[in-house]
Design a protein around this ligand. Sequence first.
Ligand code: GDP
Ligand code: IMO
Ligand code: MG
Length: 428
Amino acid sequence: MKNVVVTGSQWGDEGKGKIVDWLSSEADIIVRFQGGHNAGHTLVIDDKVFKLHLLPSGIIRKNKISIIGNGVVIDPWALSNEIDELRSKGIEITENNLFISDTANLILPIHKEMDEIREDQAGKSKIGTTRRGIGPAYEDKVGRRGIRVGDLASESALNQKLEKILLHHNSIRKGLEKKIYNKDQIKKELLDIAPKILKYSMPIWKKLDEFKSKKILFEGAQGVLLDVDHGTYPFVTSSNTVSAAAAIGSGCGANRIDYVLGITKAYTTRVGEGPFPTELKDSIGAKIGDKGKEFGTTTSRKRRCGWLDGILVRQSVKISGINGIALTKLDVLDELEEIKMCVSYELKGKKIDYLPSSIEEQLNLKPIYKSFEGWKCSTKGIKKFNDLPDKAKIYIKDIEKFVETKISCISTSPERKDTILIEDPFNI
Ligand code: GDP
Ligand code: IMO
Ligand code: MG
């Protein structure tokens, strides 16, 4: 196996960053292919914590190539700040280890502001976005009026494109009685930041073609249930988060994907609004949230917590083509008397075994659980499957059977080294 895609199988924050960092010891190249700085990936290496938003998690390791693909939306100011912050922690980032697609679309201040305006006006029906401008930037990309990284190299291209994008945005802003954006002001800001971004810019597809003999790790952001097509629409992000997006969002053929690793938390969390059938609004949910330190990496919002939803993970396995699962945060369940997994739903008196597409139906699902005895001892830091308590093994084996794919690794703490390897995705 040469190329591995890491994809979240729930609503994000499954621990993708930790697993990508751990696996990247084996990869030559790490590629982000969708999303933007709505992502927050946490890496813990000895006593150091790194929180990455736009940069691939491989950037922390020496002698690795990091790539931001065309499918990512880039806020150039956020990227520049992230690079500076990591450099201040001693991480080397140069034109030799970071490449950015010249066709990636930019997030502009108008996008962030539009995200905020919409969320503020939506009241109770808000999505609970990260307010980073992700949705509005993808809309402009698909609307064919986006500004791309490569455009930063030409003042005349910027001029023309800004006219087009501002015609659209200023018409809406007028209707909303918001301040009209001035082209020269944005152009100046973009030209000022341009040199900091352009030095990494290139046709990424060409680079990936050159790297045919190398091992690539594609780092997904968010999770399958936040996918714009396959998730809990409209309570989703604005990109495709499934593994197939790795090829589109980086410019290589679908046949370059050899293995899909789905990251799955041993329970479920969600940030923002939207359906969550197994949500626990009681003291158990609060206990899981406390022990798991479930606060958003990007927005610091408290994450909603609940039991593992086997139905949803199984659906993600099928939709994203997951070959194996990395089960994370098992240690968070260590103290519980009883652990549950949702194995079916009841809807209007009938049993169903998948997530219906209608949001009204999603909101009315009653989870049916299978119960497991808690193991009530510490699994923190365990590195061998056989060292796990028997009751934890039963839970893991049952998940494996239910979601119809194998568990290839298990994470037992935030630390890079605390991971049980069962099947190495790069060496099958
Ligand atoms: P991502 O967005 O999928 O990369 O996940 P986040 O980094 O946003 O959130 C996962 C959180 O769980 C981070 O704080 C990680 O350090 C932490 N984490 C990852 N794996 C484990 C684990 O196995 N056990 C515990 N206790 N924490 C973990
Ligand atoms: P990582 O990569 C968890 C959620 C937001 C909101 C919805 C839409 O760290 O797993 P957006 O700003 O994308 O338009 O918000 O998606 N969301 C995430 N939730 N983890 C993430 O990324 C997320 N990125 C977006 O909370 O519900
Ligand atoms: Mg996160």
